[in-house]
Design a protein around this ligand. Structure first.
Ligand code: PLP
Length: 396
């Protein structure tokens, strides 16, 4: 073991006994470079973060320019910081009217925590409803709404008063009653192995929340910013949430989360008590300028449309008797092999041949394809040939 790897193991807290441990020295576009001189085609994009590719020149430029102005100056909310204002203004211009006020935080899970708090304040209720197979983050509130018992059982007690409904199950909607503050839903579930609800069910969910006076929260941490072929996945259903939760690609490669709602609703966090949600680093100027630059790139380079096209190309090209199904929209895809050992074998074989794929938290029989949205047909072709060759080696 070289010295860096030894120190990685000894001094960095680990999340699993078997990290991939690529020793990264650089990244650009759809590729990652390692110290041993290898170059990997990235089908993970930092887990749906690097939607505009690694180190897009316009994003890097925006970060460098802001470094020459100021970095952190004050906890969120007190000063007028142009990067925050411009980013919130641009983001809300792209959203429906009820989503006109942005609160910037630091991560997807913090954004979910704050969205839950806001829903409780709006409704004066305590009940929360999540979806079966969901993932919303690793802190206590988000974990309470996450339906993965293996990740939860050692952390109880979690939030009280939480129930679960199942995608595409109309009868479950009647569990949303006058006691429920919020229903938290991924419009396309990510870590469940990419599960897509029907348009009818999503419309019925929207109607039921309105009838019951419950806030509908869409967690678009993973689906946002062009990943599924539209800027936001909710556009696919015509169902607008009361609170929208963002993260991952939001910060253009820098850490950031946000929740978005109407100005009237957000004002509840400003009194009784004042500072109803606070954060030191939320809205830091670097992720704000990076996120705004990335958003402009996403629009100028029509990356959501490219995601749709390249996603369709992946689906057409990934033909193999061992593939049960390729699910998803745009470049949020799950390749389901119906067998966890085969998934393990394919991911490691692809890695050995220069293609970085990844697993799902809650779907061991599938692996994910979620590259930067800027990927072109030549790289899609190379990825698919590598995956098919790995499957051929299993079948042989
Ligand atoms: N919500 C969804 C849908 C996610 O996929 C994730 C992370 O994978 C999160 C929330 C948590 O985001 P973070 O890891 O930034 O806390």
């Amino acid at each position: 073991m070289d010295a860096l790897l030894t120190a990685f193991d000894r001094h960095l807290a680990q999340t699993s006994p078997y990290p991939i441990a690529l020793d990264v020295v650089g990244a650009e576009g759809c590729h990652i470079h390692t110290r041993d001189g290898r170059r990997y085609l990235d089908l993970v994009a930092g887990l749906a973060v690097n939607n505009t590719g690694h180190r897009h020149p316009k994003v890097v430029q925006a970060i460098k320019e802001q470094c020459d102005r100021y970095l952190h100056v004050i906890p969120y909310g007190e000063f007028v910081q142009e990067p925050q204002v411009r980013f919130a203004e641009r983001l809300t211009a792209l959203l429906p009217p009820g989503l006109d006020s942005v609160y910037f935080v630091n991560s997807g899970t913090e954004a979910n925590e704050a969205a839950i708090k806001l829903a409780k304040r709006i409704t004066g209720r305590t009940g929360l409803v999540g979806c079966r197979k969901s993932y919303h983050g690793s802190t206590h509130g988000s974990l309470s709404l996450t339906d993965n018992e293996a990740k939860k059982f050692r952390n109880r007690p979690l939030l009280p008063d939480v129930g679960f409904i199942t995608f595409n199950e109309p009868a479950d909607l009647y569990r949303i009653d006058e006691h429920v503050a919020a229903v938290v839903v991924e419009p396309i579930q990510g870590d469940a192995g990419v599960r897509v609800p029907t348009m009818e069910w999503m419309m019925a969910l929207r109607r039921r929340c309105t009838e019951a006076g419950a806030m509908l929260i869409f967690d678009e941490v993973q689906t946002g910013f062009g990943r599924t072929g539209t800027l936001f996945a909710f556009e696919r259903y015509g169902a607008v949430p009361d609170i929208l939760v963002l993260g991952k690609a939001l910060g253009g490669g820098l850490p950031m989360g946000a929740f978005v709602s109407s100005r009237e609703r957000m004002r509840l966090l400003t009194h009784d008590p004042v500072l109803g949600h606070i954060t030191t680093f939320g809205g830091h100027p670097l992720p704000c300028v990076a996120g705004l630059a990335a958003l402009e790139v996403l629009i100028e380079e029509q990356l959501a449309g490219n995601a749709e096209e390249m996603g369709a190309l992946f689906k057409r090209s990934l033909m193999h008797p061992l593939i049960h199904e390729v699910r998803g929209h745009g470049l949020m895809l799950a390749v389901d092999l119906g067998d966890a050992d085969r998934v393990q074998h394919v991911v490691m074989d692809c890695l050995a041949h220069g293609v970085l794929g990844f697993w799902f938290l809650s779907c061991p029989t599938a692996f994910r394809i979620a590259p930067p949205l800027s990927i072109g047909p030549a790289d899609v072709d190379m990825a698919c040939r590598t995956i098919v060759a790995a499957l051929d080696r299993i079948a042989a």
